[in-house]
Structures are given as C-alpha cells and as structure tokens.
Ligand binder design. Structure first.
Ligand code: PAF
Length: 287
C-alpha cells in the first residue's frame, strides 16, 4: 500500500492508474478503522480495480464543544488493517494540506434543508463540514465509486443529494451496518462507552427494532411509537437526542402511506453520542 500526504502526489499516482484503464473505488474515513470500514474497502474492491482510503479527522465537521481533539487516532493499527485487505493507496493529509487558506476562509458546500434535522439539529454546521471535505476529497481522488457506511444514514443521504445536485461523476454505494453480537452498531466512538454502560447501550437498537415491528404489524401512530422508544431509552439511563420515523429519501417525518421507511435514533452516554438506524420497505398490502 502506498501512502500519500499531499494532494499533488496522490493525484499523479491515480492519474497513472486511470491512464492504464483502472477504475478507482474510494472510502473516505476519519481513521480508527474497524470491521465495518474494512467491509467498505472490500465493497470498493468488488466494484473497482484500485481501492483508495483517506484518513483525515476533519476539524470542519466538529463543533467547538465536540470531540475532535479526543477522536481516536490509531494510524499504525489502521495501516496494518488496510495492508491486510490489500488496499492500494492511503491518502493521509494534514490540516494544512486540506485547508491551505485556513478553515474560516474555506469555500463551503451546503446541502440545504435535510442537513438541519436529526443530527444536523444538534450538531449545527456538522454536515456543511462533511459535504465540504467530501467534495474536496472527490475532487482530489476523482473516484468512479465512493463507499459510505449506512450507519451514518443521514450523511449518506446528504452525500447522494450533493452528488446529484452538483452533477459529480461518482457512483455512491452504501455499506451495511456492522453490529456487535448484542446489536450495537460498530463505531469509532464506541471506545468512549464505559464498562458499566456497555451492557445497556444496545437499548437504542432494541428500540429501533421494536418500532419497526410495530409499523410492520400495521401501527401508523408514528408519534406515539417515537414517544415509547424515547421512554425506553430514558429508562435504560440514557439521554435521547432524537428518535424519528422518516421517509428514507427525504428524511422528512414519514407519512402514513410511505413505503420506504427509515427510523433513526441518537442518544448520549456519559462520554459518547451514539447513532443507529433501520431501513425497511412496507409492501403496499401492509400499508
Ligand atoms: O463518516 C466519516 O467518517 C466522515 O464524516 C467522512 C465521510 C470521512 C468525512 O469526514
């Protein structure tokens, strides 16, 4: 695996690959790689000749009181995992390389409306930071395919929308959520969960599944289902950020006759903010 720190050098290497007719699959990450990230690399490899991963803990997507400085940085372990899966290139820039004119002066990419709800409501500016850095990374790597995890469902929907709106020539693929055996979605932030909290944090996933079962059984009182889920999470000892039953494409509150449903939840543990979601399709007979 070749490691590049500079825009110019990674571009030159990928230009040579492209000239040789190779297609490029890209997985942007913030590092601290776990099995779910490695699965995204495998998906990139299934679709393309060359796999490129980036590791950049993007300060532009963290709020002032958020965990940018605490975010786990595990470069040696990450590179070992990427080598083991035969990743071809790692792009590992520093802040100066990505924001040479400073973050305040950086041109921004903004996807309106769907960035203001759910995670966007409690993390103002977060998605602007994501879409800005992802569009920069797309311009640097110029991938044929880019793969993002479905755990960050809202991020994936926003990136799809950005690519559609800005006619960016890249196919976006969503990788399935990887879970621990008790249902907890894998996340770099799981390392902030305390030992005492760990047996209880799968309450978020249980609440999502309970709401899904109720909807599949014909319940359409979404507000009441959301309320029950929130109470379940609070009873387990956690603070709810949101628990919303949404239309999968628009992320607006689901309508009674919607068939593509995503339920998204976020809750706070003592040291982490955990998110999870479930997507399913209702057959028209069950509506
Ligand atoms: O999902 C992430 O790890 C980040 O939001 C991303 C897409 C790498 C952008 O910094």
């Amino acid at each position: 695996m070749q490691i590049f720190h500079h825009v110019e050098s990674v571009r030159a290497a990928l230009k040579t690959e492209r000239a040789a007719g190779k297609t490029i699959g890209f997985v942007p990450t913030m590092g601290n790689l776990h099995d779910a990230h490695i699965e995204l690399v495998r998906i990139a490899q299934q679709h393309c000749d060359i796999a490129v991963v980036s590791i950049f803990v993007n300060p532009l997507q963290f709020g002032l009181n958020e965990d940018w400085d605490k975010y786990p940085r595990t470069f040696e372990a990450d590179t070992a995992k990427l080598r083991a899966v035969d990743c071809n290139y790692l792009f590992y820039p520093d802040e100066k390389e990505i924001y040479p004119n400073g973050m305040a002066e950086q041109t921004r990419v903004i996807v309106p409306t769907m960035t203001d709800v759910l995670c966007g409501a409690s993390r103002p500016g977060h998605f602007e930071g994501v879409t800005t850095v992802v569009s920069k990374l797309f311009n640097i790597i110029q991938p044929d395919v880019a793969v993002f995890g479905k755990k960050d469902f809202q991020q994936l929907a926003i990136i799809r929308r950005m690519v559609e709106d800005l006619c960016i020539p890249v196919e976006i693929i969503g990788g399935e959520i990887y879970r621990e055996t008790d249902g907890l979605a894998m996340s770099s932030r799981n390392s902030f969960i305390t030992q005492e909290e760990r047996p209880k944090v799968n309450v978020l996933n249980r609440a999502l599944n309970d709401a899904k079962s109720a909807i599949q059984a014909g319940d359409r009182d979404f507000f009441a289902l959301e309320d029950t889920a929130k109470q379940t999470i609070v009873k387990a000892g956690f603070k709810v950020d949101y628990f919303n039953i949404c239309n999968s494409k628009t992320l607006e509150p689901a309508a009674n006759d919607d068939t593509n449903i995503t339920i998204l939840g976020a809750m706070y543990t003592a040291g982490a903010r955990l998110i999870d979601n479930l997507t399913f399709t209702l057959s028209s007979e069950k509506k």
